[in-house]
Structures are given as structure tokens and as C-alpha cells.
Write a protein that binds this ligand. Structure first.
Ligand code: FES
Length: 356
């Protein structure tokens, strides 16, 4: 008998006739004395194919019929490939060929699968076995010898004795990966400050919000409660680096009942009559956050399931993202079109080391 690590419950070694277990040995199972009794296996029931030779022969017939069917399916797929050529480039030919070959291969695979499972369940020997788990540690001799080898290696190499060599080796190993880290700088733009580039988008005061991809300006009256718009800045399509700009400036626009929104006082005028605009770039690793749940007002990023609550400034309510989606302050111009009040007030997208 022995006590567990907390000094409380009495424990005993697991029963085993083959090995001499000791309490506390690594890899040795232990059970508490009042453990729930092992119910064991239910009584073995012979299968119908074990009891009735006619049923056994029938199962045998079914199995080899399935395997023959599989052969038929394979031949069918080859014949279909020859019979329905696709060289014409005609879409109808392509469809017929794909369908016919697919049916043949499906039949071939399914028939093999069903046949094999039926064989295992109905005909193969049906017996239950128990494999006792053995301790995983080596014998005492093996462990002692391992320690000896380690000590011998230390003595022979002088690793513990020659401290100057040892410490300089550790220093060299620590310094060795540093060039690879510094070389990461080469992945960023050479002539511009990457931190500045990541911190700003093309949004600015008075720039209209337009539909993605047409670039049509959006009037506040077009945005009904519950609707969502994929938005790009006005003029983005005319830019040479439109894709790069869009990767930072893409926005989702939604309209909620204004009383559902709970902005902090400093952001009260960032929305217009329940219309709010948030960066579409996920703050985890930058996927487009494109799924809007109208009932719950949650935005979902399909990449790793981060969820953002639009009613509370797009704060993270689930998933690996660790900061809210940046909000774009908006208003309407004299013609009723939605425009930005400014750029985002924080960098969009994944967090990086120079967070402002
Ligand atoms: S990129 Fe959005 S959750 Fe990972």
C-alpha cells in the first residue's frame, strides 16, 4: 500500500500476473481501492454466420459478388473514358465523360469497401482479446548504464571541464539563428518604412464609401437595417496598386437599430443612424472577415472562427484574434452619400510589433 502525491488516498499497484510492479514506478497503472468495479466485457454472442452454415455461405456469396461488382465498376470507368472522349472541348461531352467515369469509380470503391467490411464482420474469426500494458521504463541496469554513458561522454569530451569552450559554443549556437531573423527585413518594402505603410490606408476625410467591386458610391438611404455591404474606398479601382490598397482598406458596412449599438462616448459620432463600418481584415492573421450573422450582429472570420460583436465596437467574443476590428468613422456628405471622417485610427489587420 502507498499514499498518492497528496498524501490522502491509498493506492495499490494495478494487478498483473506477469510483471512485478511497484507503486510510483513511472508507467505503472494504479487504482484506488474504492474504484468503480470494472464491468468487464458483456458475454460473447455468437454471430448468425457462426451458428448457421447456410447464412455463412450466403455471406460468402455476398462478399465475392461485391468484389466482382467492383471489378465491373473499374472496367466501366475505363470503358467510359474511351467511349466518351472530351477532346472536342464541348462542355456537354465533358459532363457526360465525368459522370460516366465517376459512376464507374464510385461503384468500384464502394463495392470493395462494403465487401471488406462485411467480410470482417460476418466471416473473419470473432474473438475478443486483452493485451496487458507493460511498464514503459527500462530495467535498472539499462538506466544505470545510460547514466554511465552520459558521464563517460562528458569526461571524454571535456564538456563540463572546459568551461571556456563550452560557453563559447553555447554563444555561437545562440548567435547562429540571428542572421535568419534579421534577413526577415528583406521581406518588407526597401524604400519605405513598413511600420508606416501598415499603419495607414487610403481612407481619408470626405472619401466616399463605394461598393466592392463596382466602385458605386453608397447612399445612407440604400443601407437598410440588417443589410451588409462590402466596401472599398472611392477611386481604388483606378490605382496601379489597387490590390495592395484593397488588402488594407476593405471595409464591411452594416446597419443596425441604433439602440443596439453600445459605443464608448468618444466614438458616438463614428456611426451614422445605426450604420457602422469596420475593417474587413481579420486581426488574427488577416483573412477577410466576410460572414455576418444578422440576428446576433456577429461577424465571423472563416479562417479560424474568430467572432466579433458589432454591437460592442467589434470586440472579440470567440477565437484566436486578440483585438477588435478597427472601426472606420463615417458620416454623410451633402448629397446623402456615406463618406469617411478620416482614416482608421489604428493599424488594420494582424497585430505587429510596432503597435501604436
Ligand atoms: S484570420 Fe481570422 S481567425 Fe484567423
Amino acid at each position: 500500500m502507498a499514499l498518492d502525491d497528496n498524501g490522502g488516498t491509498e493506492i495499490t499497484p494495478a494487478a498483473s500476473s506477469a510483471v512485478d510492479h511497484r507503486p510510483g514506478d513511472p508507467g505503472t497503472a494504479v487504482i484506488v481501492q474504492d474504484a468503480v468495479e470494472n464491468p468487464g466485457f458483456p458475454p460473447h454472442r455468437a454471430r448468425i454466420t457462426d451458428k448457421d452454415p447456410r447464412k455463412q455461405r450466403r455471406a460468402e456469396r455476398t462478399i465475392y459478388t461485391l468484389f466482382y461488382l467492383s471489378i465491373v465498376g473499374s472496367i466501366w470507368a475505363i470503358a467510359a473514358y474511351i467511349a466518351f472522349p472530351i477532346e472536342s472541348g464541348n462542355i456537354a461531352d465533358l459532363r457526360i465523360s465525368t459522370l460516366a467515369i465517376g459512376l464507374g469509380m464510385t461503384l468500384a470503391l464502394l463495392a470493395i469497401g462494403f465487401g471488406a467490411v462485411h467480410w470482417a464482420k460476418a466471416l473473419m474469426v470473432d474473438k475478443e482479446g486483452i493485451d496487458i500494458r507493460h511498464p514503459v521504463q527500462g530495467s535498472d541496469e539499462t538506466r544505470e548504464r545510460s547514466v554511465e554513458i552520459f558521464k563517460e561522454a562528458d569526461q571524454e569530451s571535456g564538456f563540463g571541464r572546459r568551461t571556456l569552450i563550452r560557453n563559447s559554443l553555447i554563444g555561437a549556437l545562440v548567435a547562429f539563428p540571428l542572421p535568419a531573423i534579421v534577413l526577415f527585413r528583406g521581406l518588407g518594402p526597401m524604400n519605405e518604412d513598413p511600420v508606416k505603410l501598415l499603419s495607414h490606408t487610403m481612407w481619408k476625410k470626405g472619401m466616399r464609401l463605394t461598393r466592392d467591386p463596382s466602385g458605386t458610391p453608397i447612399k445612407a438611404s440604400d443601407v437598410t437595417i440588417g443589410s451588409v455591404f462590402h466596401v472599398i474606398p472611392e477611386g481604388l479601382n483606378d490605382k496601379e496598386d489597387a490590390l495592395d490598397q484593397k488588402a488594407k482598406a476593405a471595409v464591411l458596412l452594416m446597419r443596425l437599430d441604433p439602440k443596439d449599438l453600445h459605443p464608448r462616448p468618444s466614438r458616438k459620432d463614428w456611426a451614422y443612424d445605426g450604420i457602422v463600418a469596420y475593417s474587413k481584415i481579420c486581426t488574427h492573421v488577416g483573412c477577410p472577415v466576410a460572414l455576418y450573422e444578422q440576428q446576433t450582429h456577429h461577424l465571423l472570420c472563416p479562417c479560424h472562427q474568430s467572432q466579433f460583436d458589432i454591437t460592442h465596437e467589434a470586440r472579440v467574443i470567440f477565437g484566436p484574434a486578440n483585438r477588435p476590428l478597427p472601426q472606420l468613422p463615417i458620416e454623410v456628405d451633402a448629397d446623402g452619400y456615406l463618406v469617411a471622417q478620416s482614416d482608421f485610427h489604428e493599424p488594420v489587420g494582424p497585430s505587429f510589433w510596432e503597435r501604436h
